[in-house]
Design a protein around this ligand. Structure first.
Ligand SMILES: *Cc1c(COP(=O)(O)O)cnc(C)c1O
Length: 388
């Protein structure tokens, strides 16, 4: 086959990293469920927790090709990928600089575990990269960013962050989950390590829990040494499911992204909506930066309902847009951050973070945009008439 770097993205999704069916010449990858392999070659000890079963090895190539990196590893969850990678690089006395707004689970992991290991950390005051440099210390080993971020779709300047880190000899890590490799390939701008919750767009059907890290061969080797000790590998059945899902990654995400732009523009023009947060809108303060670093603006957005419209009433009035804690499936889902992900904060703390009780996070699916708009219209009408 052609060098995977020269293949189109759909061809990578379908063909790179297949396990060849030498025996029956089937069209798809056979599933190797063995947890025990003959020890007959001195240099290959195959075992699921060594991340080198046939299905894992193949899928690692597909994810690396999608992220424009040399190699990748697949984990049992996004958090397994994040925690393993951070612990592989950080030791006692090291410092990590983290962007202000990151995924809640990552925030909790750092808050709960880092002190135990004597790892220092600080958060930036905003997602403006100008705020990053003054917080760097002589012992800063990693800068960690997440863009677009949850739930207000903040945008961090990827290239400026990578350039700053390179000047200082610091490793950069990005949580690329919200964009997916279809809408953003941060390695092109010099980011060292890309992390995914493959539970989201990579899986895409709300039926797989998985994670991935994509980076250089040298870094994968280093992460692997910690990974085999922490043991967060994915079962080969789910590896196979993930390969199947990734074949349509580009088709799904492209369609979802197209729908999201239509929905964002519709919502911005709707009198019942106070504000829409979507990097594809000109009104987004970082629209230009987003346009310079994303191939598409993604399918996640948030919007704030006008005063007097209750978020829960809105959620309960929708017919097929489902309330859901997770995101990125082919089905459209919504979530009220104030009632769920940010429920433990006080109202004041939430407002400080720009999260009003009327904020709705919207994960746009592949349904026809007219149908999604009709669902929102009928929900708003029902609330206006007081028929909820
Ligand atoms: C869901 C999510 C994670 C965590 O992934 P899990 O698969 O749930 O462990 C990390 N980062 C982001 C941005 C996420 O949305």
């Amino acid at each position: 086959m052609k060098d995977s770097k020269k293949l189109g993205v759909n061809s990578i999704c379908v063909h790179v990293g297949e396990v060849k069916d030498e025996q029956f010449k089937g069209a798809i990858s056979p599933m190797y469920m063995s947890t025990s392999y003959a020890f007959d070659q001195v240099d290959v000890k195959r075992y699921p927790r060594y991340f080198n079963t046939p299905n894992q090895e193949a899928l690692r190539r597909k994810i690396a090709a999608l992220e424009h990196t040399e190699d990748a590893l697949i984990f049992s969850s996004g958090m397994a990928a994040i925690s393993t990678t951070l612990l592989a690089f950080l030791k006692k006395g090291d410092h990590i600089l983290i962007q202000q707004v990151i995924y809640g689970g990552t925030y909790n992991f750092i808050a709960k575990e880092f002190e135990k290991y004597g790892i220092e950390y600080s958060y930036t005051a905003s997602d403006k990269f100008e705020d990053f440099e003054p917080l760097l210390k002589p012992n800063t080993k990693i800068i960690y960013i997440e863009t677009p971020s949850n739930p207000l779709l903040g945008i961090t300047d990827i290239k400026a962050t990578a350039d700053l880190a390179k000047r200082k000899g610091i490793i950069t890590m990005i949580d690329n989950t919200f964009a997916s490799p279809i809408n953003q390939t941060p390695a092109d701008f010099g980011i060292d390590i890309m992390i995914h919750s493959a539970t989201k767009y990579m899986g895409g059907h709300s039926d797989i829990s998985a994670g991935a890290v994509a980076t250089s061969k040298e870094f994968i080797e280093l992460i692997w040494e910690t990974a085999i000790n922490l043991g967060g590998n994915l079962s080969d059945f789910t590896v196979w499911m993930l390969e199947r899902s990734l074949k349509t990654l580009n088709l799904r995400v492209k369609e979802q992204t197209k729908n999201a732009q239509v929905l964002a523009e519709y919502l911005e023009g709707n009198l019942s909506i106070k504000k829409v947060y979507y990097p594809g809108l000109k009104s987004h303060p970082k629209h230009t930066i987003a346009a310079s670093q994303m191939h598409g603006f993604g399918a996640m957005m948030s919007f704030e309902l006008k005063e007097g419209i209750d978020a829960m009433e809105f959620q309960n009035s929708l017919q097929f847009i489902k309330p859901s804690l997770s995101l990125a499936g082919v089905e459209s889902t919504i979530l009220s951050p104030a009632q769920t992900t940010h429920a433990l904060l006080s109202e004041e703390e939430r407002l400080e973070r720009g999260i009003s009780d009327r904020l709705i996070r919207f994960s746009v699916g592949i349904e026809e945009p007219e149908d999604l708009i009709a669902d929102i219209e009928q929900a708003l009408l029902k609330i206006k008439k007081g028929h909820v």
